[in-house]
Design a protein around this ligand. Structure first.
Ligand code: BGC
Length: 747
């Protein structure tokens, strides 16, 4: 790169501002604007405050990931991505900072509203759809936060201590899916350390796994403020430190190159990637607003309608005893709860966008039926709660049906800190009790970004809707669902436990100081609850409709690579079902969850209609990460393919028997069990052992089976056949020797 000086190159790998890359005018290198993300465009044109938080331009506020994920609808998420891409383009944004595909390890993570799921397949499929949509408009995505950023407590310093199998199967898996399928323009490294090494300086993560294994071709950007030492970060595979400018970083890089401590090639590579990003952002679709074919008001109108559709699919109907819902417009409707009037449409922190408009539930419900409203509680701690409760009870008593809005106040969950418990505020719990006592025909409508406990009031309430955070059109969408103008079709993307103590990471969250041990391993969310048969309030994947569905005729063919099942709408209304396919793997030698989600599809069916749903399963659906061979392995044995409506409600099953992988080379360090399991040496040893009288003690072989062969042979009195180990190894590992032996044996 002869056109740039060393100083210019070093300046290019550091941001030029809070929200833009650096520019080099002489070389025609323009800045690229990067902005949050993920559920709306948060572009700040005004001067930013000390923390970079400032008001932003109006943008459509779609449901944040927690809601969107409950749609289980990649096609819908892709359309949201397209809309986000269009709004980014119109504002001259080159990269939209999302999606966040970190796994919801604990429901207490303060930022769970910004993440999709406790399951990597669902997170990965939805993240990929989001990237596909955004990038289809010539805008780059920034897949974040790579990796193992599953809590906010000490997020800048904590080390996530995670074993490799758990990383591969859970915490890296969604990133892998998005990278290999969609090639996001950028990946954002996280703040935390992983097994002691900062993500920004983690060569294994940023280079070996991301680039060499997964083939990532884009740019790695730091999370804002994640870089401590830019030189080592570049050497590890980072390409761009944000935000900037940071003169000390630039100076340090220049000095390191001059001193020969940082290879010039490393810097050139990062510069090349920054320039590639600049070219892409100014490429075919051209950076700033020019060329837009629709006015912002038309665009915002269409996107508001899309936000309403997304919100409709994001809410989850959890309970509907006696078909209380949908409600009849002729009834006297009592609307209780401040959230109905003052909605919380998104979470707090860097993702907060300035909505173009907000539909409140109170207005939207009021447009469909006569309502009487009482706030019931206040977000102002000085309010007279008793008085508010008394008014609410009076409204409840006069109503045919009560819509009771409760949830987490904005300050309870945010980027930057975690939650201490799963509980609703005490004043709201009291309100639920008082309102239900006054009118049992009560629908509880929940507003929260992370899971809240439904105890102890759950059983006393006939209907519950979990709306998460619904974005700017949530009120209208909710009214549609409440009055049956739209059917609820969301499904839980995370389990709702009975108690916070039941959550698998409970004893290891948020860790001890700067160390958090992922002691539960792969058993996160339903993988844990289903395996140890621990009851939850609502399982992963659960959600009701206004109709019912039946499953039949599951067939699995082509050695497990194709599965199909018939799903029928058995009720009297149209509805959407999320058909979930889980695989239950054989438990041979390694610990496996009771079942794992391996495919899903959302289908829309009229009353009485049937559809045959077909799934394609690749070998990964049957694999686990083998730490010995450092690779994905399909264990031989019987797999149960299960389809159902949640991780707990399996409605049809079929089995597939898969062959054991070809045995690896045997050595003296192989275990006796490897020799016994080997198709050549196994029968020889078993026969020989029997011949030597070992069969009398049938447990003997089993007893020594975990011993490395070398160690067994040191025991005096080991049988002759074990001693002729050289012959056994030759037979096992060398097909020519095997051939000769077979020839003589046959003669
Ligand atoms: C957040 C990122 C965000 C960035 C820029 C960070 O604090 O973790 O998600 O994209 O700030 O606002």
């Amino acid at each position: 790169m002869p056109d740039l000086s060393l100083e210019q190159k070093a300046a290019l790998v550091v941001g030029g501002g809070f929200w833009a890359t650096a520019s080099v005018e002489e070389a025609g290198i323009l800045p690229v604007v990067l902005t949050d993300g993920p559920h709306g465009v948060r572009l700040q044109r005004t001067r930013v405050g000390a923390l970079g938080i400032a008001s932003s331009v109006p943008a459509t506020c779609f449901p944040p990931a927690a809601g969107l994920a409950s749609s289980w609808n990649p096609a819908l998420v892709e359309r949201v991505g397209v809309a986000l891409g269009e709004e980014s383009r119109a504002e001259g944004v080159g990269v939209l900072l999302g999606p966040g595909v970190n796994i919801k390890r604990s429901p207490l993570c303060g930022r769970n509203f910004e993440y999709f799921s406790e399951d990597p397949l669902l997170s990965g499929e939805l993240g990929a759809a989001w990237v596909r949509g955004v990038q289809s408009r010539g805008i780059g995505a920034s897949l974040k936060h790579f990796a193992a950023n599953n809590q906010e407590t000490n997020r800048m310093t904590v080390s996530a201590e995670v074993d490799e199998r758990t990383l591969r199967e859970l915490y890296l898996s969604a990133f892998e899916r998005v990278v290999t399928r969609e090639q996001p323009w950028t990946v954002m490294c996280s703040y935390n350390r992983i097994n002691g090494v900062a993500a920004a300086e983690n060569h294994w993560l940023l280079t070996e796994v991301l680039r060499e294994e997964w083939g990532f071709r884009g740019l790695v950007v730091s999370d804002w403020g994640a870089v401590e030492h830019l030189g080592p970060a570049l050497a590890a595979g980072l390409d761009l430190e944000m935000p900037g400018p940071q003169n000390d970083s630039v100076d340090a890089v220049v000095a390191a190159v001059r001193a020969g401590e940082l290879d010039q090639v490393v810097l050139d590579t990062a510069v090349r990637r920054v320039r590639h990003l600049v070219d892409r952002a100014g490429g075919e679709f051209g950076g700033a607003s020019g060329g837009e074919d629709s006015s912002s008001s038309t665009r915002f109108g269409a996107h508001h309608a899309l936000a309403r559709e997304a919100a409709t699919e994001s809410m989850v109907l959890l309970r509907n005893e006696g078909s209380l819902l949908p409600i009849d417009t002729a009834q006297a409707v009592g609307v209780i709860g401040e959230f109905a009037r003052t909605p919380r449409i998104q979470g707090a922190g860097s993702s907060q966008v300035s909505a173009t408009r907000i539909d409140t539930a109170l207005d939207s419900i009021g447009a469909l039926a006569p309502v009487e409203f009482a706030p019931g509680y206040s977000f102002d701690k000085r309010a007279d709660e008793e008085q508010l409760r008394a008014e609410a009870v009076a409204v409840a008593t006069r109503s045919d049906v009560v819509l009771l809005f409760v949830g987490l106040p904005a300050e309870d969950e945010s980027e930057g800190y975690d939650r201490a418990n799963l509980d609703l505020p005490v004043n709201q719990l009291r309100l639920i009790g008082a309102v239900v006592a006054a009118n049992p025909r009560t629908v509880v409508i929940l507003t929260n970004g992370g899971v809240v406990s439904l105890e102890p009031w759950h059983d006393s309430v006939p209907a519950i809707i979990e709306t998460w955070l619904l974005g700017q059109a949530g009120g209208a969408a909710l009214a549609d669902v409440l009055f049956g103008r739209a059917a609820p079709s969301g499904r839980l993307a995370e389990s709702i436990p009975l108690r916070v103590q039941d959550t698998p990471s409970y004893l290891n969250f948020p860790g001890d100081g700067d160390i958090v041990r992922y002691g539960e391993g792969i058993f996160v969310g339903y993988r844990y609850y289903e395996t140890i048969e621990l009851p939850v309030r609502y399982p992963f994947g659960f959600g009701l409709s206004y109709t019912t569905f039946a499953y039949s005729g599951l067939e699995v063919s082509h050695r497990g690579s194709i599965a199909s099942v018939t799903v029928t709408n058995t009720g009297s209304r149209a509805g959407k079902e999320v058909v979930q396919l889980y695989i239950s793997a054989p438990t041979g030698g390694i610990s496996v969850p009771r079942r794992e989600l391996r495919a899903f599809e959302k289908v829309s069916l009229d009353a009485g209609e049937s559809v045959r749903v077909q799934f394609t399963l690749d070998s990964r659906a049957y694999s686990y990460w083998d730490v010995v061979s450092s690779g994905w392995v399909v264990a031989g044995g019987t797999y149960v393919v299960e389809v159902g409506s949640s991780a707990h409600e399996i409605l049809d099953t079929a089995t597939v028997v898969l062959p054991a992988p070809r045995p690896g080379r045997l050595t003296l360090d192989s275990r006796v069990s490897d020799f016994l399991g080997h198709p050549v040496t196994g029968p020889i040893l078993t026969r020989a052992a029997a011949g030597e009288g070992e069969s009398k003690n049938t447990n003997l072989l089993e007893m020594v089976s975990s011993m490395p062969m070398r160690r067994l042979m040191r025991f005096p009195g080991v049988g002759e056949s074990f001693k002729r180990i050289g012959v056994l190894l030759a037979l096992a590992n060398n097909s020519a020797v095997r051939g000769i032996a077979t020839f003589f044996h046959k003669r």
